[in-house]
Unconditional design. Structure first.
Length: 393
């Protein structure tokens, strides 16, 4: 079933960007079903790609392949095997038994995320195309990984844009909701049924380790701490004290379990439930100070349309953090917002330091872990931005 593009709208496809927006399409033949495979044709009749069709989304088609080849079970098996081979070459299992196995567009399967938590796979289908092939893909995953347990966490808001309802539950086997994983020798409890994303922020694995490497003898403030990944790494590597702040009592309860799980003395750690923005102001007014502050907030700007409002929020928390940092202290600050690119994020942090009346230097740029690859043709895949800043005065 062909889709013909408007004149001069094939340029992004020729650059191998996988998204085709509704405005680029001249006409659609034969009313293809949601998620079915369509052939993309230029205005002068040339083949461009095979793609999945999404009639409800502004991203009307997502490319499966730029080659004129069948999109079938064998096609997806090749893609999945290639992704598995990459993770094996990266030696992920020498560092952790929890990592991303399939990273959507960057692994050639738009809309599909698969995370491995030891002997369980957690699958997230976000688009009409990945939904159409979900059962086939689940079968292939079992065959190629040997993992019998697959849990589905297709409950992200973006499914609504695809005309899809949220789905959560068992796809294969009998996975338990509560799992235990290991990361750089540390242990974490993960709830794959109710936890954020697919249960844990796997994209921050290496960055948590970096925090630990700088944390010795530091008083640490971990904001938006969730279940304490950064806190545990800091404590395990010799932090003097860690204060972990989050608005979720459930997340903090799991953090306390992780403290016990890693045999960390309770007197070196404090959990505090509350709104981070309000608590940072309270700490400022109380003249609190820290050697290290970690800011890993939720997604303030999912798209560029939210960038202005999000920029104010990012500036606010970074400004307060600079005020709370001791001289020579380190700020690990992150943005996972797709609507805020790396250049804008750095400008926001610089402006925050200026308004805080301080100066700082960047000693490291951080991004998502290497199990979350970024296609050269899909810059949107580079969603996690991180800066490590040292306060000068």
């Amino acid at each position: 079933m062909p889709i013909t593009l408007n004149p001069n709208r094939e340029k992004s496809i020729l650059r191998r960007h996988p998204w085709i927006f509704a405005g680029a399409i001249h006409h659609v033949d034969n009313d293809p079903a949601s998620g079915s495979t369509v052939e993309l044709i230029s205005s002068d009749g040339l083949f461009l790609a095979h793609a999945s069709y999404s009639p409800h989304s502004q991203i009307r088609a997502r490319v499966w392949t730029f080659i004129d080849e069948p999109v079938d079970k064998d096609f997806f098996r090749r893609k999945i095997k290639a992704a598995i081979n990459v993770r094996q070459r990266l030696k992920m299992e020498s560092l952790t038994n929890a990592y991303r196995l399939l990273h959507a567009e960057s692994d050639g399967i738009p809309g599909l995320i698969v995370d491995r938590y030891n002997n369980v796979l957690v699958l997230q289908s976000l688009t009409a195309g990945s939904e159409f092939w979900k059962e086939t893909i689940a079968d292939i995953l079992v065959e190629e990984t040997g993992v019998q347990n697959i849990y589905e966490r297709s409950d992200a808001d973006v499914r609504e844009l695809e005309g899809l309802k949220p789905l959560v539950g068992i796809l294969r086997g009998k996975p338990e909701n509560q799992l235990r994983i290991t990361e750089y020798g540390l242990h974490f409890q993960v709830n794959i049924a109710t936890g954020h994303k697919t249960g844990f922020y796997l994209d921050q694995s290496h960055n948590r380790h970096r925090v630990g490497e700088f944390a010795k003898d530091c008083d640490v403030l971990n904001c938006f701490c969730y279940t304490g990944g950064f806190s545990i790494h800091a404590l395990a590597m010799g932090a003097k004290s860690v204060l972990s702040v989050d608005s979720s009592a459930d997340a903090l309860a799991l953090l306390e379990e992780n403290i016990v799980l890693n045999d960390i003395p309770a007197n070196r750690h404090t959990s505090l439930e509350g709104d981070v923005f309000q608590l940072l102001r309270k700490f400022r007014d109380g003249n609190r100070s820290f050697d290290m502050i970690i800011l890993d907030p939720p997604k303030f700007a999912p798209t560029a349309a939210h960038a202005e409002k999000a920029s104010r929020a990012y500036k606010d928390i970074n400004l307060l953090a600079f005020k709370l940092l001791r001289r020579g202290g380190m700020l690990f600050t992150y943005s996972c917002s797709g609507g805020i690119d790396a250049a804008l994020f750095q400008k926001i942090v610089a402006s925050a330091a200026l308004d805080a009346g301080t100066d700082a230097t960047i000693i490291e740029h951080l991004s998502q872990g290497r199990d979350h690859p970024i296609s050269l043709h899909f810059p949107e895949g580079a969603y996690l931005k991180g800066l490590v800043c040292v306060k000068s005065y």
